[in-house]
Design a protein around this ligand. Structure first.
Ligand code: GDP
Length: 297
């Protein structure tokens, strides 16, 4: 099942019934909102987010201009579309650039979320825009992490800055930024360590790297397949580290979409990119309006 498929089917059925009714009453809207609420909960959207969302839509939908219009069903769909778009951030959120290059981006996330792959994908995307990213190998704990980044670097033809696994990640990050300045790279993508769980040592190290290089972006890579766990991880990282945005991976997989719909609202930070597959070109800017259209069909 593709992302949002279940949600999409449920909502389309609900709106089909609304459209069939012609003129709507407040009760019709209430009934439809009950169904929207259930559909969102079934799609694993955070329950507080669902509550606020449904209330907003209901308030707008029982407005006189909607109920008295000739196509009230259509209008309700438009309101849901607008509010879904808003929920996911409204407009596309771009990378914040440094006033003076290089733009420093810290890539953070738990092991297995897709952080290292996504770092390679982001470098690939930037290269296609004629940018010169430098990859910095700061995950010195996972045995194969440096090698994995080097292989990705070769594939996207981008230099990887590494000092092996005996130098502290803070020093590697600092040196990478210096190297980038000296050699005219306009981005530094710092691949940091991942752990299976959030722990103090991980957060301490990330905070130290943040202090040392003052990044323009701290992007948290989370696996959309993990649903509300992804949202909780994001909330936790944001509280402790202050992330500037998220990248949702595995949106090509069997996910109900709850993370994509909740994460912006719960963390207050935008989703910047979506991972759509294992290949290096499978990273896309996250477009809230297109995502909403996918849901409503
Ligand atoms: P890390 O531990 O967070 O650095 O995770 P990796 O970058 O090693 O990725 C873990 C696994 O997820 C790998 O098998 C990747 O190919 C896979 N992966 C990463 N992003 C995506 C995605 O957007 N879609 C799919 N289907 N797989 C992904």
């Amino acid at each position: 099942m593709a992302i949002f498929e279940g949600l999409s089917t449920r909502l389309q059925e609900t709106f089909q019934r609304l459209r069939g009714k012609g003129k709507l009453t407040e009760d019709d809207v209430k009934e439809a909102m009950r169904e929207v609420r259930l559909a969102l909960l079934e799609a694993d959207v955070n329950f507080k987010v669902v509550k606020e969302f449904v209330e907003k839509v209901r308030e707008r939908a029982v407005g006189q201009e909607v109920l008295q219009s000739l196509t009230p069903g259509q209008q309700v769909i438009k309101i849901v579309n607008d509010e879904l778009t808003e929920l996911m951030g409204g407009t596309q959120s771009r990378i914040a650039l440094a006033s003076k290059p290089p733009t420093v981006i810290m890539m953070v996330g738990l092991q297995g979320a897709g952080k290292t792959t996504t770092t390679g994908k982001l470098a690939n995307l930037l290269k296609k825009q004629n940018r010169y990213p430098l990859l910095a190998a700061c995950d010195i704990y996972r045995p194969a992490a440096i090698k994995q980044l080097q292989v990705l670097g070769e594939q996207v033809k981008t230099q990887v800055f590494s000092m092996g696994d005996q130098v502290s990640p803070v020093d590697i990050a600092k040196n990478a930024v210096e190297h980038a300045k000296m050699h005219g790279f306009d981005y530094v993508l710092i691949d940091t360590a991942g752990r299976l769980h959030i722990d103090e040592a991980l957060m301490d190290e990330l905070k130290k790297i943040k202090e040392a290089v003052n990044p323009d972006e701290i992007l948290l890579v989370v696996d959309a397949m993990t649903g509300q766990d992804a949202v909780n991880v994001a909330e936790n990282f944001h509280q402790q580290l202050g992330i500037t945005g998220t990248i949702l991976t595995k949106l090509d997989g069997d996910t109900r979409g709850g993370a994509a719909l909740s994460i912006r609202s719960v963390t207050g930070t935008p989703v910047k990119f979506a991972g759509m597959g294992e290949k290096l070109d499978a990273l896309e800017p996250f477009h809230p309006d297109r995502m909403a259209s996918r849901i409503l069909g």
